[in-house]
Design a protein around this ligand. Structure first.
Ligand code: ADP
Ligand code: MG
Length: 697
């Protein structure tokens, strides 16, 4: 990438904005145009002032300024800008706070297009527009940047709010010419696949043409989105193809024997009868283990479906064949939890398999001992976090790696893992309901097993949707469960543009519960800003019952087993994806409840409809499908930037399996022709990191 593509030299971006963007890793024009909107707003249709109703929908109005006035409050130096606006059908007042420069923008007689919602003023008499979005348009122009079109809405980035990003991106995209941006999709591929040019796709992604349907946009199925989705899948597939070639060139998997004597020995270990689904999946794994090819299998199973025992049996096959087995969990709590439950199963049956735990928080001496045991092979079963595969850890004879709750790890990390030492077998376990077609394609050669049956004796979770007015009743239910010795989660959504504000909201809410609602109970708080150890400490306090109500932002660890927690109250449930909710909800054997509180906001009604799905089914796949249909991929996979959710266009992919196959075929073709390096050389730092390619420069 040449230096004149640096944002510092781009017209319309001052040094301040450039610096703000560079601070969040957006250095070049190419990085900036890849910051996609997370939704769009339809501001095409113009309304008339005479038709406005208080509390009605947001509308676009084409107005002329009748008069205006800037007021400065004497204390605290705030400014209030009032304008009286008209479109001939009526006049309306608009108010903006702390934007004194509007005095120069909205001079009497000038035209201004605004987008906002009318409400009654504080005397309940007149309609006002409170802080509407606005724009000056030329007399003969109906399409602005912020109004009169479908406008992109961005997440705040480097301190720049959505409106500023919109302005910047509009300018940048207008200023680019075909050929200015590097295109990682080779021209002949683009041609063969009938994809629009990259620049055209980017323009339409940010500023959709007027004829675009809002549904198509939301579901990511416009031609522009299809072209950009192709690009993403193509790159991921190309990186996977390259990685696979490296791995296959040098490494082979271990093959194991599973004689009858071993089967009998393992069967004795089981504390319960396996479900039919667990047996089926174990058989599939057994076949992989005996074959000379390295295993590469994904096991999907709902929360509580019993994936751990399946993993343990596979690991013991490796151990009994003289190899080491490793189980990697995404957090220390989960690693410890696995270690405890596995040790208790092993010891109960008199097994003397040597288990070693390796996490980041081990003290120096303990860590040294663990590393030594792993290196000498004394450690037969190693349980830990990603610390297992960091520098300094070397296994004597690693045969099988099990990765638990895989959606927290990147696609590429999995490949890197299998590239360590001799090529181990890899088993990945996840509770995320990734549709089969997607899993197979995204993970390339990964085989898939599904545990689609819960162990017997589970009382299904009762889920109810409640309105704000029933909050008192919901609290009362919580109190009753806790009086029985149970514990509760209260989950608050991430709503703000910045983590700091979310943290404040969660903190304030926890304090409110403590002070006004449950003064006699112990309340803990878990949020994304806590450090790993602090998070683990809070979770451990909850697990051992020292905390009765745990207020949490969405970071409640999906895999954590706190069987005594029997209620989950979800605040503003309408802001969550159904799949997210599903994975949060209880897993203990006792009867558990989930209360979904829905706010009274404008979309409360449709939200209640959507959430009703949770009252009628507890099938993770069905819920995921509904989510994809109604809300797109962010709802299913979350919006964190890692793993699967890195892919912006999951919905496009899911609906268009052909697109996936095409992208994969083209990637294989390019890889086979030795063209991968040329493609990768065009990628910026962000993509290189996602694909785990070596950094350049
Ligand atoms: P997950 O798939 O979410 O990781 P776990 O492996 O933690 O689920 O299993 C959840 C609980 O169910 C554990 O307490 C486990 O001991 C229990 N369990 C697993 N399989 C069975 C079974 N076949 N019969 C009875 N209980 C089982
Ligand atoms: Mg688990």
């Amino acid at each position: 990438m040449s230096d004149d593509a640096s944002l510092r030299y781009t017209k319309g971006i001052g040094p301040r904005r450039a610096e703000a963007l560079v601070s969040v890793g957006i250095e070049h024009v190419a990085d900036l145009v890849a910051v996609y909107p997370f939704r769009w707003e339809d501001r095409r249709a113009f309304a008339k002032v005479a038709d406005l109703r208080p509390g009605g929908a947001d509308s676009t109005l084409d107005l002329r300024v009748v008069s205006s006035r800037l007021i400065r409050t004497r204390r605290r130096g705030l400014t209030i800008f009032n304008a009286l606006l008209t479109d001939g059908s009526g006049t309306i007042k608009a108010v903006w706070f702390n934007q004194p420069y509007l005095e120069r923008v909205m001079t009497a007689g000038s035209r201004v297009v605004v987008f906002g919602r009318a409400s009654l003023d504080r005397y309940g008499k007149e309609l006002v527009l409170d802080n509407p979005d606005y724009e000056r348009l030329e007399a003969d122009d109906d399409t602005g940047i912020h109004t009169g079109r479908i406008v992109p809405v961005y997440r705040k980035l480097g301190g720049l709010p959505s409106r500023a990003l919109r302005t910047v991106l509009h300018g940048v995209l207008e200023g680019l010419k075909e050929g200015d941006l590097d295109d990682p999709v080779p021209a002949e591929v683009r041609h063969r696949q009938n994809l629009t040019s990259r620049l055209a796709a980017l323009r339409a992604m940010h500023f959709p043409p007027d004829a675009t349907s809002m549904d198509d946009l939301t579901l990511r199925r416009t031609p522009a989105q299809r072209a950009l989705a192709f690009e993403e899948i193509f790159l991921v597939q190309l990186a996977l193809a390259e990685r696979r070639r490296d791995v296959e060139k040098t490494k082979r998997g271990a093959n194991y024997e599973i004689p009858d004597a071993l089967r009998v020995k393992l069967a004795k270990l089981l504390p319960f009868k396996l479900t039919g689904a667990q047996k089926r999946v174990l058989k599939e794994i057994g076949e992989d283990l005996r074959s000379p090819h390295p295993m590469n299998r994904l096991v999907q199973g709902d929360v509580g479906s019993g994936k751990t025992i399946v993993a343990l049996l596979a690991l013991l096959v490796a151990v009994e064949n003289g190899y080491q087995g490793a189980l990697m969990a995404p957090t220390e709590i989960l690693a410890d939890q696995h270690a405890r439950s596995i040790l208790s199963i092993l010891r109960a049956s008199g097994s003397d398999v040597k288990v070693t735990v390796l996490t980041g928080s081990l003290k120096a001496a303990a860590r040294r001992r663990a590393l030594e045991d792993i290196a000498t092979g004394h450690a037969q079963l190693v349980i830990g976090t990603h610390a297992l595969f960091e520098g300094g850890v070397s296994f004597k004879r690693l045969g099988l790696v099990v990765v638990d709750e895989q959606h927290r790890f990147g696609v590429m990390q999995r490949m890197a893992l299998s590239g360590k030492g001799t090529r181990p077998d890899v088993l990945v376990m996840t509770a995320t309901p990734i549709p089969r077609s997607l899993a197979l394609t995204l993970y390339g050669d990964l085989d898939l097993s599904v545990i689609d049956e819960l162990p017997p004796g589970r009382t299904p979770i009762t889920t109810v949707v409640r309105r704000e007015q029933d909050r008192g009743k919901a609290y009362e239910g919580l109190r009753q469960e806790i009086a029985k010795g149970r514990q509760a989660y209260v989950v608050v959504p991430l709503v703000e543009e910045t983590a700091a504000l979310d943290l404040k909201a969660a903190t304030v809410f926890a304090a409110h519960l403590k002070k006004n609602v449950f003064p006699a109970l112990t309340i803990g708080l878990l949020h994304g800003r806590l450090k790993g150890e602090e998070k683990d400490r809070v979770m451990q306090d909850f697990a051992r019952g020292a905390i009765q109500i745990l207020v949490a932002t969405t970071v409640v660890e999906v895999g954590v087993d706190v069987p005594n927690a029997s209620v989950m109250l979800v605040e503003h449930a309408e802001r969550f994806g159904l799949s997210q909710l599903h994975q949060l909800v209880g897993r203990g054997a006792a009867k558990s409840y989930c209360v979904l509180l829905v706010g009274d906001g404008a979309d409360g009604e449709s939200a209640r409809e959507r959430l009703k799905t949770m009252e009628t089914t507890s099938d993770g796949f069905k819920i995921a499908e509904k989510d994809l249909e109604l809300r797109g991929p962010g709802a299913v996979f979350g919006t964190q930037q890692h793993g699967l959710s890195d892919l912006q266009f999951l919905a496009a992919i899911l609906r268009d399996p052909q697109l996936l196959d095409d992208a994969r075929d083209e990637a294989k073709r390019v890889a086979a022709d030795g063209g991968a390096e040329a493609v990768f050389s065009l990628l910026g730092a962000g993509w290189r990191k996602r694909l785990e390619l070596p950094a350049v420069g």
